[in-house]
Design a protein around this ligand. Structure first.
Ligand SMILES: Cc1ncc(C[n+]2csc(CCOP(=O)(O)OP(=O)(O)O)c2C)c(N)n1
Ligand code: SF4
Length: 538
């Protein structure tokens, strides 16, 4: 045993490495990014961890499918993403519950209650339940490590992918984690592939779905036996909490109040333990990060006669944002804790693009180019450039999900609007913008797409981009965009006038045009310069 100071994300990564994974697959997104970053940094040191493949994927769907492919051929695989990434990967995720896996496969989804860095705060436990897969939900970094290790073993024992749900506060806080020895896996661990199981034509899919349904009582049994689901009976006041919420309960109780406590760390829900708690208590407070997932099941449509079930649905706890020790203290009738900082005195600091950012010059040119029109439609996408919604630009009228800007622009142009312009980064274009552009090119839609090529995926920390520079131009040609109306600009102040004119010309063209302001993010340019200097010096 040895101890390491790890983020929740890193504890998951370490658990996966120590379970002998053959590969990690991911697409960047807060708060999940550090899981993959940790494995990649260890994989780079092949002497330390031989044989782990770790390369960023194009998007979450491709990451999921790559992981599944690795599992099918007999190597354990970890796939991680942020919560909205699972919307993108939902198709393979749902279907893999029918195909099953060969070597263990663990799917880590990091939710972001409070939307620290996300477009929504959906609760991924609904996906796990929807797919009928087991789910782990750690309360701390040590559990994140232990659960990851167990999840690989569970996955192999039941032949299914196993999900783990994290939340931001756990992903991004550090604690000491006791780690255990690395297991080594050999060719003998590889089972025989079963093409009939993995090919979802109706005759196989019906059989596999029936198997999945039939397995559910066994999964509940496993939950009931699991040491990650703990029941302690005390007074007739009950608390049922899940994952990280356990810490808020403990802090609010401060070791003083006598309650009966059920702490859930593994799903499907342990029905027998819940029944014991309900039978023992008159009232139960349900405490969970995200939606009232457990509370709704407990409450049902009509409630439980003679029992008060309290939580988010009853207004005893806030139904949006993160939980806090103080919210819990209030719900439990306990004194406020010391953790609430008086944040109200701090001056508001709206986010903004960095000084010298290429996106600023692109937006300045776009705003002036479209200023001659009364009602331009300006859609955008997800990346640093979404900040173009703020003054002084106000050049974003809608931003929905990654890749949506091009398809939304196509819809608006088909409604007869003009001008229709959308802005999308090179990273997001590769993630899911291309498919929309193929349709726009096929229809020669009257719209202009600005691909803001800063040569990186900047917003999530400067990861590798798939389509930039010359390669981006090749891709555009391949997608069917007219090279005559594919132009590259240099987004710098001294080229402003030329850039405005070029954008105006392309907007006036009655068909599809693509404008590419091309200049590296100042931070990744600086990083690359430094790396080149270091290499030259070595
Ligand atoms: C489905 C989904 N996956 C991941 C993310 C996290 N994320 C936010 S913006 C972004 C990419 C930004 O890259 P790019 O479009 O190149 O813009 P830049 O930040 O470089 O300006 C990612 C991966 C997300 N919001 N949604
Ligand atoms: S990180 Fe790079 S792309 Fe993002 S705002 Fe700063 S300079 Fe611009």
């Amino acid at each position: 045993m040895s101890a390491e100071l790890l983020l929740g994300d890193e504890a998951v990564a370490r658990g996966a490495i120590d379970e002998g994974i053959g590969g990690a697959f991911s697409y960047p997104g807060t708060p999940a990014t550090e899981i993959f970053e940790y494995i990649r940094s260890r994989a780079a040191n092949r002497a330390e961890r031989p044989g782990i493949s770790a390369i960023w994927s194009t998007n979450e769907k491709t990451a999921y499918e790559e992981a599944l492919g690795m599992s099918y051929v007999g190597k354990r695989a970890l796939v991680s993403m942020k919560h909205v990434g699972l919307n993108v990967a939902a198709d393979p995720f749902m279907n893999s519950a029918l195909t099953g896996v060969n070597a263990g496969m663990v799917v880590v989804i990091a939710d972001d209650p409070g939307m620290h860095s996300s477009q929504n705060e959906q609760d991924s436990r609904f996906y796990g339940d929807f797919a009928k897969l087991p789910m782990y939900e750690p309360a701390n970094q040590q559990e994140a490590y232990e659960m990851t290790r167990e999840a690989f073993q569970t996955s192999e024992a039941i032949g299914l992918p196993v999900m783990m749900r994290l939340v931001t506060r756990l992903c991004h806080s550090r604690a000491n984690v006791e780690t255990r020895e690395l297991i080594t896996r050999s060719a003998a661990d590889v089972r025989r592939p079963n093409p009939n199981d993995w090919t979802l034509v109706p005759v196989n899919a019906r059989r596999k779905f029936q198997q999945l349904v039939d397995l559910q009582p066994e999964l509940v049994e496993r939950s009931q036996r699991s040491s990650f689901n703990k029941l302690t009976l005390g007074s007739s006041r009950g608390v049922l909490c899940a994952g990280l919420a356990y810490n808020y309960v403990r802090e609010a109780l401060n070791g003083n109040a006598d309650v009966s406590l059920l702490h859930v760390g593994l799903y499907p829900l342990p029905v027998t333990l819940i029944r014991e708690l309900v039978n023992h208590c008159d009232e139960i407070l349900v405490v969970e990060e995200g939606y009232p997932f457990i509370e709704r099941r407990l409450q049902g449509l009509l409630g439980i006669p003679g029992k008060a079930i309290r939580g988010k649905l009853t207004g005893d706890l806030p139904s949006t944002g993160e939980l806090s020790p103080d919210a819990l203290a209030q719900a439990l009738g306990r004194p406020r804790t010391q953790s609430g900082l008086p944040l109200t005195d701090l001056a508001a600091r709206p986010p903004q693009l960095c000084r010298g950012c290429p996106h600023s010059d692109s937006f300045r040119a776009l705003v002036e180019a479209t200023s001659i029109y009364e009602d331009p439609v300006l859609f955008s996408d997800i990346g640093c450039y979404t900040l173009g919604v703020l003054p002084p630009f106000r050049a974003v009228h809608a931003c929905l999900d990654m890749g949506a800007s091009i398809s939304m622009a196509l819809g608006a142009s088909r409604a007869g609007k003009h001008p229709v312009v959308c802005t999308i980064g090179d990273g997001t274009f590769a993630h899911s913008g291309m498919t929309g552009l193929i349709s726009a090119a096929r229809q020669n839609a009257n719209m202009t797409v600005l691909i803001l090529d800063n040569a990186t995926v900047a917003m999530t920390g400067g990861q590798l981009t798939m389509t930039s520079g010359e390669q981006l131009l090749d891709v555009l040609r391949g997608l069917g965009v007219d090279p005559e109306h594919t132009i590259v600009l240099n987004p710098v102040a001294k080229a402003h006038k030329d850039n405005v004119e070029a954008i105006r010309r392309e907007i006036a063209y009655p068909g599809l045009s693509v404008v590419i302001p091309q200049r590296a993010c100042i931070h990744s340019a600086r990083r690359e310069k430094l790396a080149a200097k270091l290499q030259a010096a070595s």
